[in-house]
Design a protein around this ligand. Structure first.
Ligand code: ADP
Ligand code: MG
Length: 673
């Protein structure tokens, strides 16, 4: 057997268990050994039987004086044992496990752990865990020690896992080569891999368990960081780009001509971009900022810089509608400066020559149209894969790439998820933006909220009502419940209003129809499922009502909230809860005061862990076995070390263990959505 051997070939596992283990993501011996406990039960202290009291959970060690099977009146099996530890005798009872008498015999010494109760007027251990004491007197695996408790699944209990993992550890723990260099172990005071694997499952004490966990978390994040940094250096090394000059005066003139001044954040991000553009190695930067934070303007500045160097820009939007919006904005901003802006969509082909071509991702397939592509701007959505980047290359040169996103990702998390990109964050809104008035609405004010919506729509404004979240992805049952909610609202709550319904199972054309009708004010209120991307601009919509808000992360709520407040009118976000617990109420109250996506994402990360943020991402997420992306300190520590190592020794010649480990498998398992 090897560490890569499939679990069905492990003795006492077999194919039925292999299938169950697969539900836990376990396929090989290695996976099983890397299935770590999330806590331990302390069964290490033996209690004297004479001291044991009813109601306690105890571990005792003693001799089995007598053990026998019997039957209850209604025919069930009972196993009764009498155990003596020298201080006293206690009864033990098990239900429906007659086979126990094959394992436990009169005169044997064993350990028992379980709850003490009154049974037939005798003080009794009920259904205790048991373990025959080994001849060498060493602690067992289920009792008499810190006992690991694992993530379980049907018919795969912690006890089962312990008994399978222990013998594997005895054989394999020392066979995992330690990828961490000895100097790192020493400098960071980390346990070696073999010790860590043994101690995380069967720790001698809690300090060692903690140190094992630290070491394994360190390794996990460190390998991810090394991997992204390697990608980043390869991008640098194998791609060559065009170094631009920054024509300061012309750019200042452009910026000074705007009807407003750039925010400090916009200035900073633009400078970060200009710095990249001046290098011969192509830029690969992510610009992160809330809707309305002014990303398009920053992008326009970059495109203008490219134009001044005689280079073309490809500007890609996720939808045709957005492409048209960008086309309009860029034309307004730049055409008076002589920049020719073109639009290419499915329905509209640009024939003449251009300096900036706006379109959807279909632009990629026509990149041959570019005579001199110098910059690619990608607005939102899916990450640009390596192959796609390769398609952009022209005459051996790769254009600079700027990706923009409104998805709020905390900086430390971006470092890991997008570690191969450089990051600029617009963490400031242009002045004068009206904040969306946000209220967590108590249960008894629900009707008041509907009245409010009625009033606003009667004044000619529009509203979104986001349906209760049934399941995180849009299944038929959530569509059905959205339809039900829609009908309830229409017939019982808002019979005088015109309601539209939007859900993810509609065909693109049907969606477009519903949205057009909403935009034309054929509907006052759009009832929508939460997973539907209402990424469009409806300036007249001023109320966003969200059901089941307690089931969302704050950053996700913030994104939904951003669908209103796009016009000049005062806008509102009303949050309703599924379960009005004080802690949920308090958590959501944060939405009333905070209005920046990155801030809310950071709060999510600290209070609820990275899972919340994953929910806002459009693409796959890494599955970390042990480390947490919320551990900012560890993320930064591993990042710093990885940077140092890659800087000194890019090809990892001096670190064969690391090199080997990185080539075996990508430590960052990205699962496609
Ligand atoms: P984003 O792309 O980040 O959603 P936009 O670039 O579309 O944001 O900007 C939103 C609106 O704010 C636009 O109307 C834009 O003209 C305006 N805007 C951008 N920057 C500023 C600024 N510094 N001051 C005032 N308004 C700005
Ligand atoms: Mg935008």
């Amino acid at each position: 057997m090897e560490i890569s051997t499939p679990v069905n070939r492990i003795p006492r596992v077999g194919s039925a268990y292999a299938r169950r283990l697969e539900r836990l993501g376990i396929k090989t011996i290695e996976d099983l050994i890397y299935h770590f406990p999330f806590r331990y039960e302390d069964l290490s202290k033996f209690e004297a039987v004479s001291e044991v009291r009813e109601g306690e959970v105890v571990t005792i060690q003693g001799e089995i004086w007598q053990i026998r099977n019997t039957k209850t009146k209604n025919g069930k099996f009972l196993t009764l044992a009498t155990i003596n530890d020298g201080t006293g005798t206690i009864q033990a009872v098990w239900f429906n496990q007659p086979y126990l008498t094959r394992n436990l015999k009169n005169g044997q010494r064993a350990t028992f752990a379980g709850k003490v109760d009154n049974f037939n007027h005798l003080i009794t251990l009920v259904n205790p865990e048991y373990e025959v004491t080994r001849e060498n007197g060493r602690p067992g695996i289920h009792t008499g020690r810190l006992v690991p408790i694992y993530p379980e699944t049907t018919k795969v209990s912690s006890k089962w896992l312990r008994s399978r993992i222990k013998p594997l550890l005895d054989i394999f723990a020392h066979r995992f080569p330690d990828p961490l260099p000895a100097e790192v172990l020493k400098n960071k005071n980390l346990l070696d891999l073999t010790t860590s694997l043994t101690q995380i499952h069967f720790p001698d004490n809690l300090t060692l368990a903690k140190r094992a966990r630290e070491r394994l978390s360190f390794e996990e994040l460190f390998l991810i960081q090394l991997n992204v940094l390697k990608r980043k250096t390869e991008w640098r090394r194998f791609q060559s780009g065009n170094a631009f000059q920054i024509h300061r005066e012309k750019i200042e003139a452009f910026l000074n001509n705007l009807p407003f001044r750039l925010t400090q954040a916009q200035n900073r991000c633009l400078e970060e971009i200009f710095k990249d553009l001046q290098k011969a190695e192509p830029m690969n930067r992510l610009l992160e900022g809330d809707v309305g934070s002014g990303k398009t303007l920053v992008a326009a500045g970059a495109a203008y810089a490219a134009y001044l160097n005689g280079f073309q820009t490809a500007f890609m939007a996720p939808t045709e509608v957005l492409a048209e919006q960008h086309f309009k904005t860029l034309t307004e901003l730049l055409s008076s400066l002589g920049v020719r802006v073109g639009l290419q969509t499915g329905s509209r082909k640009w024939k003449e020559s251009f300096d900036i071509l706006v379109g959807t991702h279909a632009l990629l397939s026509v990149s041959t149209q570019f005579e001199n592509l110098g910059l690619t701007i990608i607005d939102e959505q899916h990450r640009f894969g390596v192959e796609q980047r390769a398609k952009l290359r022209q005459k051996g040169k790769t254009p600079h790439i700027l990706t923009m996103t409104a998805t709020p990702i905390p900086r430390t998390m971006a470092l890991t998820l997008y570690g191969d990109l450089d990051l600029s964050i617009l963490d400031e809104m242009p002045p004068g933006r009206i904040k969306i008035k946000t209220y967590v609405v108590p249960r008894e004010k629900r009707n008041g909220a509907y009245d409010f919506i009625k009033k606003k729509t009667q004044e000619g404004q529009q509203a979104f009502i986001i349906c209760p979240l049934i399941e995180p992805s849009e299944t038929l049952s959530s569509v059905r419940s959205a339809r039900k909610e829609f009908e309830r609202l229409q017939s019982e709550v808002l019979p005088e209003s015109k309601l539209g319904l939007l859900h993810g199972r509609l065909k693109p054309k049907e969606k477009e129809e519903v949205l057009t009708k909403f935009r034309n004010k054929s509907f006052d209120i759009l009832v929508a499922t939460p997973v539907v991307e209402v990424g469009i601009d409806i300036p007249n919509a001023t109320v966003m009502m969200i059901e089941s808000a307690d089931r969302f992360g704050l950053a996700q709520l913030h994104q939904l909230r951003g669908r209103v407040g796009r016009g000049q009118q005062e806008s509102y976000c009303l949050l309703f809860l599924d379960n009005y617990s004080p802690s949920s109420f308090k958590r959501l109250k944060v939405m009333e005061k905070h209005h920046l996506g990155v801030e809310l994402a950071e709060i999510d990360l600290q209070t609820r862990g990275p899972g919340e943020i994953y929910g806002t991402l459009q693409h796959g997420v890494p599955s970390l076995k042990i480390a947490s992306l919320a551990d900012a300190k560890l993320v930064i520590e591993t990042r710093t070390l990885a940077e140092k190592i890659v800087l000194e020794d890019e090809t990892l010649q001096r670190y064969p263990g690391l090199k080997q480990r990185l080539s075996e498998k990508s430590p960052l398992h990205i699962s496609p959505n």
